[in-house]
Design a binder for this molecule. Structure first.
Ligand SMILES: Nc1ncnc2c1ncn2[C@@H]1O[C@H](COP(=O)(O)OP(=O)(O)OP(=O)(O)O)[C@@H](O)[C@H]1O
Ligand SMILES: [Mg+2]
Length: 325
């Protein structure tokens, strides 16, 4: 069952050099209880997608041009600020890459977590120390009684990320969006944070949208994957299918570039993602694709569901009919 449906989402930014479509007509869904990985190179629109789900695209430059984001039968893009605030942090919460910029430096850990916790409690003045200590204990934080009185700068990067996770889970959300939450951490701490998220997903059936560059994390954590490229989705399938039977040449390229597939030299996908300011006819990946055909440079392919739970947007698997890119 889908818990969140993103339909034909298009997000633009006005910049000094013109208007760009950072997310260009994408559709996908998040199923109840799953971890969905979103992968793609830098600038592919992963963060813009996650900010859109939180309805946090900032105007006047940023704009959700069209589309719907359906949660509990309602389009959250149409909600009033007050209604969206109720959903944010309680039903859908977000963990960002750099906790230092998301935590408030002048508040203690207790105050920050309590700010989120009390939004939905009956008595906003109540002392919630006991409950918050319990949550920190669940996150394997040693001496939580001391930690709650500390300020962010007194904590290590891994500990700050745990505090962010605590803030994200205090209200038992249905959905957590984690935008590269471990990129700034060392490998051991990264492993700990990932297993915490895995536990949360298992224990409370929280659906997680996990954004990362790291296909190793996808293999370990996610059940399904969405591959983004230059604001579009090129492939969407189960993780097993993704690694066993990737269809899009871009997905194959990403998998080949994994350090585990090191064969004496580093495999990379040659070329760069074309700038969003460049107007491209046809498939956005055509300029780098090893299997490019004439039609790829002329016309956009459509998204095709080739089997259950496996969609791909590529002329190799396309008859020109179906949903557009
Ligand atoms: N506030 C903004 N103003 C102008 N352009 C923006 C803004 N935010 C994002 N963009 C543009 O939208 C595109 C997608 O950005 P986004 O941050 O979603 O990429 P990403 O996939 O998250 O990349 P990364 O892996 O580097 O985090 C980029 O080309 C970026 O320059
Ligand atoms: Mg990003």
């Amino acid at each position: 069952m889908d818990i969140l449906q993103i339909k034909n989402l298009k997000v633009s930014f006005k910049t000094m050099f013109g208007k760009v479509n950072a997310v260009d007509n994408i559709s996908f869904s998040l199923k109840k209880g799953e971890v969905l990985g979103i992968v793609g190179e830098s600038g592919s629109g992963k963060s813009v997608t996650s900010l859109s789900v939180m309805n946090l695209i900032e105007g006047p430059h940023g704009k959700i041009e069209s589309g719907e984001i359906i949660y509990e039968d309602r389009d959250i893009l149409k909600l009033k600020d007050k209604e969206m605030c109720k959903i944010r942090g309680s039903k859908i919460s977000m963990i960002f890459q750099e906790p230092m910029t998301s935590l408030n430096p002048v508040f203690t850990v207790y105050k920050q977590i309590n700010e989120v916790y009390k939004i939905h409690s009956e008595d906003p003045k109540k002392d919630n120390k006991k409950e918050i200590i319990k949550i920190l204990e669940q996150l394997n934080i040693a001496s939580p009684e001391e930690v709650i009185n500390k300020y962010p700068f007194q904590l290590s990067g891994g500990m700050r990320q745990r505090i962010m996770i605590a803030m994200a889970i205090v209200n038992n959300p249905k959905i957590i969006i984690a935008d590269e939450p471990t990129t700034a951490l060392d490998v051991t701490t990264q492993g700990e944070i990932l297993s915490l998220l895995k536990d949360i997903n298992k224990r409370s059936e929280t659906s997680i949208m996990f954004i990362t560059h790291d296909l190793g994390i996808i293999a370990e954590l996610a059940q399904r994957v969405v591959v983004m490229y230059r604001g579009k989705i090129l492939e969407e399938c189960t993780v097993l299918e993704f690694f066993d039977n990737p269809m899009h040449p871009y997905s194959k390229g990403l998998i080949n570039s994994m350090p585990d597939n090191f064969n004496g030299r580093f495999n990379t996908i040659s070329g760069n993602v074309p700038s969003l300011y460049e107007n491209i006819e046809g498939c956005p990946y055509a300029s780098r694709c090893s299997q490019v055909m004439d039609i790829c440079r002329e016309k956009e392919p459509c998204t095709k569901e080739l089997k259950d739970d496996h969609k791909v947007c590529c002329w190799l698997f396309n008859d020109g009919k179906g949903e557009g890119l």
